[in-house]
Ligand binder design. Sequence first.
Ligand SMILES: Cc1cc2nc3c(=O)[nH]c(=O)nc-3n(C[C@H](O)[C@H](O)[C@H](O)COP(=O)(O)OP(=O)(O)OC[C@H]3O[C@@H](n4cnc5c(N)ncnc54)[C@H](O)[C@@H]3O)c2cc1C
Ligand code: SF4
Length: 343
Amino acid sequence: MKEALKHIVVAGGGVAGMEAAGALAEMGFRVTLVEKNNDPGGHLGRWHALFPDRRPADEVRHYLRKRIEHRNINVITGTTVEKIRHHGHEVAVDLSGGTEERADAVIMATGFDLFDARRKEEYGYGIYDNVITSAELEDLFNNGRIVKADGKEPARVGFIHCVGSRDEKVNNNHCSKVCCVTAVKQAIEVRKMIPSCEVFCFYMDMRMYGPYYEELYRESQEVHNVNFIRGKVSEASVNINNRLVIKVEDTLAGRPLKMELDLMVLMVGMEMSAPGAKCAAASGLPAGINRFLETADHHFGNNLSSMKGVFYAGTCTAPMNITDTISHARAAVEETVRYLNRR
Ligand SMILES: Cc1cc2nc3c(=O)[nH]c(=O)nc-3n(C[C@H](O)[C@H](O)[C@H](O)COP(=O)(O)OP(=O)(O)OC[C@H]3O[C@@H](n4cnc5c(N)ncnc54)[C@H](O)[C@@H]3O)c2cc1C
Ligand code: SF4
C-alpha cells in the first residue's frame, strides 16, 4: 500500500511561507499554505524595485508564485491561522471560519506589520497631507509618478529614519535593519525620477550592514547628490505657504536646524504581525522582548519553537531582508524534515 504523504501546514504566504511551501512540495511533502489576505505575496507585493540591486520586485514575486504552483500544495487564502495545538501525534491547526487542519508539522511564517506612523504624533502623519510612509512612496513608484497631495512634483523631499524603531517611547528598542538601505534606495529613485528635486536623509546612524549596501550609500552621495544630515527631527508643522517645516537637531554640526520640505517620507519600522502574535499567544508560543517570536536558541535553534513540530520562518522572528528571509525559510524546511524523519 502506498504511504500517505506527510502533511505540513505553512501559516502565512509571504516570502518566507511561499519559499518554505515550495521547497517542501519539491521534496515530496503535502503542503497546505494558509494566507490571511486574498492573495499570497505578503509585503513584497507592495514593493517596486528592491535593494540592493534595484531588481524589479515583480521578478521575485513571479519566482515565488511559480514555486507554489505545485500539485502537492493547496493554497487557502482569505483565512487566518488562529491556533496551533497538539492532538495525539498530530498538530491541529484551527483556522478562521471554524475549520481545522491536521498536520505532521507546522511552519509559522506570519511575518511583520509596518509601524503605525500615527503613534509618532510629532511627525504629523495623518494630519498633514504631504507626510507619507516609505510603503506609500513605493505605491507612488508603482504608479510611475512622485507627486504631492496637490498632484505636483515636489522640489524638496526629506526621509526621516528610525520611525517607530530604536525608540523607547513606542516600546520598540530594536533596529528594523532594512529602513536605512530602503531610504538610500528610495532617495536614488526620487533623484532619478525628478532630477531637479533636492533630497535629504535625516538619520541617527547609517546601518548599511548587507552586501552592496555601503556601495549603494556611496553611490547615492557621489552620483545622485543625496544629502545626509545626522540628526533627529523633533517636530513637523505647516507654514502659511502650505509647506512642511521641520525642526532638526544637527548632531554633527551641533546646532538646531529648520528646513522647509514639500514631501516628508517616514521610514516606518517592522513590528511583529498582529495576527501572528494573536495566533502565537493562543497557542502558548512565547514572544521575545521586542514581541517577535522567541526562538529556542539564538545560535543553534533559530527556526525552532518551544512546541514540538512547530517551526519558524522569516520576519515573524526578527526584522530581515528578503535574502535572509529566504535563507531562514530554507533552514526552517531543513529542521522540519529532520524532525519528520526522526518521528
Ligand atoms: C518599506 C520596506 C521596503 C522593503 N524593501 C525591501 C527590498 O527592497 N529588498 C529586500 O530584500 N527587503 C525589503 N524589505 C523587507 C521585506 O519586505 C521582508 O524581508 C519580507 O517581506 C519578509 O517576508 P515574510 O514572509 O517574513 O513576511 P511578510 O511579507 O509580512 O508575509 C507574512 C504573510 O503572513 C500573513 N499572515 C500573518 N499572520 C497570519 C495568520 N495568522 N494566518 C495566515 N496568514 C497570516 C500575512 O498576511 C502575510 O502575507 C522591505 C521592508 C520594508 C518595511
Ligand atoms: S535600519 Fe536604520 S532607519 Fe531602520 S531602525 Fe535601524 S538605524 Fe533606524
